[in-house]
Design a protein around this ligand. Structure first.
Ligand SMILES: Nc1ncnc2c1ncn2[C@@H]1O[C@H](COP(=O)(O)OP(=O)(O)OP(=O)(O)O)[C@@H](O)[C@H]1O
Ligand SMILES: Cc1cn([C@H]2C[C@H](O)[C@@H](COP(=O)(O)O)O2)c(=O)[nH]c1=O
Length: 222
């Protein structure tokens, strides 16, 4: 297991539309609650006022004329503000940060699916994050048809500009995520998201258990 830098722990969930990130986030929060560990739950793009404003620009269904590099830059800008205003201060205090999406979304969606190039998108994000990566990432892998059908069947979630992309785009996103997961095998765990939320949560908990043990031991030693 790799050594964890800094005081907190930065855990991200990734996946295509309807892959179950929000559902898994709730289960992870319950786990941390049960373990008595301090945590916050946040999301990208968003999590703080300025980034939520950028989110509205990015996801408004009418903004169809948005250039793909503008899109990549706006995601990176939202990430920067969220990171400095919310994520880094929480990590500095020794808090566990659970974040719905981070840099891997940009690599899969803008880098691969939009065709900008994973390395190019990585470089603008290196500027935005000053090299900060999550400590651990769970990629919830789902057939786009299944994920989109879940969104359509669910209630209370507005359809956004990215949801409205052609099915081919969502397949490209999945392919992009698989490439990114292969680039960072130490950090990213792939979870089969066609399983029930309970089975998925067990797989995630199994992976996290030893990590949380080390984290707790480090906290006690500080
Ligand atoms: N493993 C699962 N099996 C079946 N349905 C699921 C599963 N996980 C979540 N769902 C359902 O699918 C829908 C989308 O789930 P959820 O909101 O957790 O996904 P998400 O990845 O956060 O979606 P998005 O980010 O695209 O809004 C919800 O109606 C949820 O109840
Ligand atoms: C962070 C990030 C997100 N996206 C896309 C992925 C989704 O389609 C939306 C966010 O909606 P969600 O309901 O909160 O999942 O934005 C992206 O393309 N690039 C990114 O960096």
């Amino acid at each position: 297991m790799k050594e964890i830098k800094g005081k907190g722990l930065f855990i991200t969930l990734e996946g295509g539309e309807g892959s179950g990130k929000t559902t898994m986030m709730q289960k992870l929060a319950e786990l941390l609650e049960h373990e008595g560990l301090a945590y916050i739950v946040t999301r990208e793009p968003g999590g703080i006022r300025i980034a939520e404003g950028i989110r509205e620009l990015l996801l408004h269904p009418d903004h169809t004329e948005m250039d793909v590099r503008t899109e990549a830059l706006l995601y990176a800008a939202a990430r920067r503000q969220h990171l400095v205003e919310k994520v880094e201060p929480a990590l500095e205090q020794g808090t566990i940060v659970l974040c719905d999406r981070f840099i891997d979304s940009s690599l899969a969606y803008q880098g691969y699916a939009r065709g900008i190039g994973i390395e190019e998108v990585l470089s603008i994000n290196a500027f935005a994050t000053e090299g900060r990566f999550p400590d651990y990432t769970f990629y919830l892998d789902i057939e786009p048809e299944v994920g989109l059908a879940r969104i359509a069947a669910g209630k209370g979630r507005e359809v956004n500009r990215l949801d409205l992309e052609a099915l081919h785009f969502h397949h490209q996103v999945r392919e992009g995520y698989r490439k990114v997961a292969a680039m960072y095998p130490e950090r990213i765990t792939v979870i089969d998201a066609s399983q029930t939320p309970e089975v998925m949560a067990e797989a995630v908990k199994l992976q996290l258990k030893p990590i949380l043990e080390v984290f707790r031991a480090n906290l006690l030693n500080k």
